[in-house]
Design a protein around this ligand. Structure first.
Ligand SMILES: Cc1ncc(C[n+]2csc(CCOP(=O)(O)OP(=O)(O)O)c2C)c(N)n1
Ligand SMILES: [Mg+2]
Length: 545
């Protein structure tokens, strides 16, 4: 041992964890208790990192993901050994598919007894590794600070995603010298800017260009460059995932309803930060003749499902800026006007549903009234089936990080964790959680968490008494449905009241606005339980492939 290390203060492993988290600006740890985590809790207490304790590890991990989604900083969860970690698996997979930078800390049975059958002993690393960018276990206490740094660097390096470190009980309860040195995290907006000449030439020749951008635009902080490019060249923009809000919904170049006209009719599409997965029809959402220029933070993890004309990987902002300064382009005004006409026509066609006066309510009626009372910076979270599909279609987003859905992994139950984190990160903003009655069952107990921590999220439930997104398709395919019904009219509002929140029941359209106003000023987490019509079928082509 050198003289230096002998002189350094000895700290226990949990404190070493907390010191590195703090050094990277982490202020909160989402968790659920377990003895394996006590030294990490103690370290966080000493370092001033707030513990936010929830009712299920899935919620802790979704909260870490939600934190990342609304702050673009890594979110951190601590899960106890064995079942704590296995309970977090769905949320880890979700973070992987959303590219969300999170760090999951696991407890772990003691190394000195490994293999002898300690309580909650299981090797997490082999089953967590396929879902993470790094999964590791320190063998000594002294390795802890370096491993925390490596894990955070892995989580934020493009493509960003989850990282996992578990801590054997004996290793994390022992002491090692404090170390102040460490890695710094890469700048999420930085990266190489490859030669854009070919893509710029394609863009210059395009008469009907479009931009289709998704989640990695947001992770790569590319929104300013995207808007500048779109405005300078007059390119219509379509957004999905976390990119929603990167161009405000009321911008003259933003379109949503006219998506198929735009993507099918384009001669050139800039596909920015979004994989051509099922959400883009595996590439078939674009026209057969549409040439594709792909821009992303890093090479894709899967092959593109159709040929692309150019691929540019690196700093999304840098690449879009380079395209803006070197491309130039043709006059797109007629193309933009065509799309605007289609957009306006489709929005007008929604009017009847938005004004629908039926009871139980049409979900679209609810979205009209919600749209009227939300601020531009409100954070809206969707957790449910058809209820959320309707919202995704009609709710407008004006700022980045204001629309959180489960993403391609589609895991029900993510919402309360996301909402908890969103409101903690932005206490001054409205946080609206849209919940299906089915979705509520996965993490409804988190209303207890919200109440205990004084986190005033407003949840609005579309309570149709069914798993609509499954029931209607099954009836369509088989002529009947099974395993698709819930109890009609369940008083989830009373459940929330019993947990310390505010509850409202809405069964008539006229009751909606007053109930929403009371919920937003309740001074407690609230659930507005809106009875919605189970006969309303979401117009869906396919939900499986
Ligand atoms: C964890 C998980 N289990 C099951 C599903 C399949 N699933 C997708 S949507 C849905 C129905 C959701 O019902 P609800 O939340 O009541 O919303 P509704 O469709 O009725 O509006 C189901 C079961 C899923 N996506 N995630
Ligand atoms: Mg339902």
């Amino acid at each position: 041992m050198s003289a230096d290390t002998q002189d350094a203060t000895q700290l226990h492993g949990g404190r070493l964890v907390a010191k590195r988290l703090k050094a990277h600006g982490i202020t909160r740890l989402f968790t659920l208790s377990g003895g394996h985590l006590f030294s990490i809790f103690d370290g966080c207490r000493e370092e001033g990192i707030e513990l936010v304790d929830v009712r299920h590890e899935s919620a802790a991990t979704f909260a870490a993901e939600g934190w990342a989604k609304v702050t673009r900083q890594p979110g951190v969860a601590a899960l106890t050994a064995g079942p704590g970690v296995t309970n977090g698996m769905s949320a880890i997979a979700s973070a992987q598919q959303n590219g969300s930078p999170i760090l999951v800390l696991g407890g772990r049975a003691p190394a000195m007894r490994w293999g002898q059958g300690s309580l909650q002993e299981i090797d997490h690393v082999p089953f967590v590794r396929p879902l993470t960018k790094l999964a590791a276990t320190p063998e000594t206490t002294a390795e802890i600070p370096g491993l925390i740094d490596e894990a955070l660097v892995a989580a934020v390096t493009p493509h960003s995603g989850p990282a996992f470190v578990d801590f054997p009980l004996d290793v994390v309860f022992s002491e090692a010298p404090e170390s102040d040195e460490g890695l710094s995290l890469p700048d999420a907006a930085a990266g190489p800017v490859p030669d854009v000449a070919r893509a710029a030439a394609l863009l210059r020749d395009a008469e009907r260009p479009v931009i289709m951008a998704g989640t990695n635009l947001y992770w790569g902080h590319g929104e300013v460059a995207l808007l500048a490019l779109a405005q300078e060249l007059g390119i219509p923009v379509f957004l999905n995932g976390l990119a929603r809000g990167c161009v405000p919904a009321d911008h003259e170049l933003f379109f949503s309803r006219a998506r198929s006209n735009g993507l099918k009719g384009a001669d050139l599409a800039l596909v920015v930060g979004v994989p051509m997965d099922f959400r883009l029809g595996f590439g078939q959402s674009f026209g057969e003749e549409t040439e594709l220029v792909v821009v992303d933070r890093a090479e894709p993890s899967r092959d593109h499902p159709r040929p692309v004309a150019a691929e540019l990987y690196g700093s999304i902002g840098g690449i879009l800026d380079a395209l803006r300064t070197s491309a130039g382009g043709s006059d797109t005004r007629a193309w933009v006007a065509d799309l605007r006409a289609a957009e306006t026509e489709k929005r007008q066609a929604e009017r009847a549903e938005l004004d629908d006066d039926r009871a139980p309510l049409h979900p679209m009626r609810l979205y009209r009234e919600l749209g009227e009372l939300l601020d531009r910076d409100a954070i809206v979270i969707g957790d449910g089936g058809d209820f959320v599909s309707f919202a995704g279609r009609v709710m407008d987003t004006y700022q980045p990080g204001c629309w959180l859905d489960p993403g391609p992994f589609g895991c029900l139950g993510c919402g309360p964790g996301y909402a908890l984190a969103a409101k903690l990160a932005h206490p001054e903003r409205q946080v609206l959680l849209l919940l299906g009655d089915g979705a509520f069952g996965f993490s409804g107990m988190e209303f207890d968490t919200l109440a205990r921590h004084g986190v005033d999220v407003v949840a609005v439930m579309g309570n149709n008494g069914i798993w609509a997104l499954e029931k209607h398709p099954m009836e369509f395919l088989y002529g009947y449905s099974v395993a698709a019904d819930l109890r009609p009219g369940t008083r989830y509002d009373q459940v929330v009241e019993a947990l310390g929140g505010h509850g409202e029941l809405v069964s008539q359209p006229s009751e909606l606005r007053p109930a929403l106003d009371r919920a937003f000023s309740a001074g407690a987490p609230a659930l507005v339980n809106v009875l919605t019509d189970p006969e309303v079928v979401y117009p869906r082509r396919s939900n499986l492939a």
